[in-house]
Write a protein that binds this ligand. Structure first.
Ligand SMILES: [Zn+2]
Length: 264
């Protein structure tokens, strides 16, 4: 069987898996065996779990596409799909954990993202250099309404938030990053980003308002700042809000698990 050739190009951090000569350039790949694009990409060293979109001759394909002689293949990680939606992706949901660091003017958005379970760093006194450094070092997605911040060379994962109103902002971020299925309500403290753990009512009895003692049985406590959470009335709209996100995702948001309210 004669050799066939295709052209390959990998984008962004997928290049980390390639030898230096093949990084960030289009290169010729010769092959003899009939192979799926998934097998060919993995043979070149890039794990399929890192990939979100494959274009062959400009068309979106799934992993099973059989590579043909002369194919032009472009392979994108999750984050690169922002500008090429609404092409079909190779998988139904992103595999990566989406983690964030937020600019100083996005405090309310930070609380929302934490309530939805996303690891979200926020402080109102980070300067631009710190934000860029955190995004780069911890591979966090930098959310900001400052376009210049996103132009910093060190920032590889950033998103310019268009909306101004916090609730619209979280809807926008969840939609643009396709986070519907990654929502895990009440895993994180809205106040400090610490992880929550269920605690017994007896343990926290002294700290509860009398009305709460009577009506609520299940409590969570932040491992960092000890903030208590329970199903309550402090943020009555959060459950409806998550329901509305769930509706947009076509039922993809987990229905089970605690959807509690911000206590105290
Ligand atoms: Zn906390």
């Amino acid at each position: 069987m004669s050799k066939s050739k295709c052209q390959m190009r990998f984008y962004e951090e997928l290049n980390d898996f390639l030898p230096p000569g093949r990084r960030k350039v289009r290169f010729i790949h010769e092959f003899q065996r009939r192979a799926s694009v998934k097998d060919m990409i993995e043979a070149l060293g890039v794990p399929h779990t890192e990939i979100d979109l494959i274009l062959v001759n400009g068309q979106s394909v799934d992993f099973s596409h059989i590579v043909q002689d002369g194919d032009h293949i472009s392979v994108y990680p999750l984050f690169e799909t922002f500008d090429i939606q609404p092409l079909v992706r190779v998988r139904l949901r992103p595999l990566r954990v989406s983690r964030f660091v937020l600019d100083v003017h996005l405090g309310k958005l930070a609380r929302y993202l934490r309530l939805l379970g996303f690891d979200t760093l926020y402080r109102n006194d980070y300067d631009d250099a710190e934000l860029a450094h955190l995004a780069s070092m911890e591979r966090r997605i930098l959310l900001t309404r400052d376009r210049d911040l996103l132009k910093r060379a060190v920032v590889t994962h950033g998103y310019y938030v268009r909306a101004v109103e916090p609730r619209r902002q979280v809807e926008e971020v969840v939609a643009r990053l396709d986070l519907y299925r990654a929502i895990q309500p009440l895993q994180r403290c809205a106040r400090c980003n610490g992880l929550l753990a269920e605690v017994s009512k007896q343990e926290v009895w002294e700290r509860l308002p009398s009305e709460t003692r009577r009506s609520i049985e299940i409590y969570w406590e932040c491992g960092e700042c000890s903030q208590l959470y329970w199903e309550g009335s402090h943020m009555p709209h959060i459950r409806r809000f998550i329901d509305s996100l769930q509706a947009r995702a076509g039922g993809g948001v987990p229905k089970t698990g605690p959807v509690a309210e911000l206590g105290q």
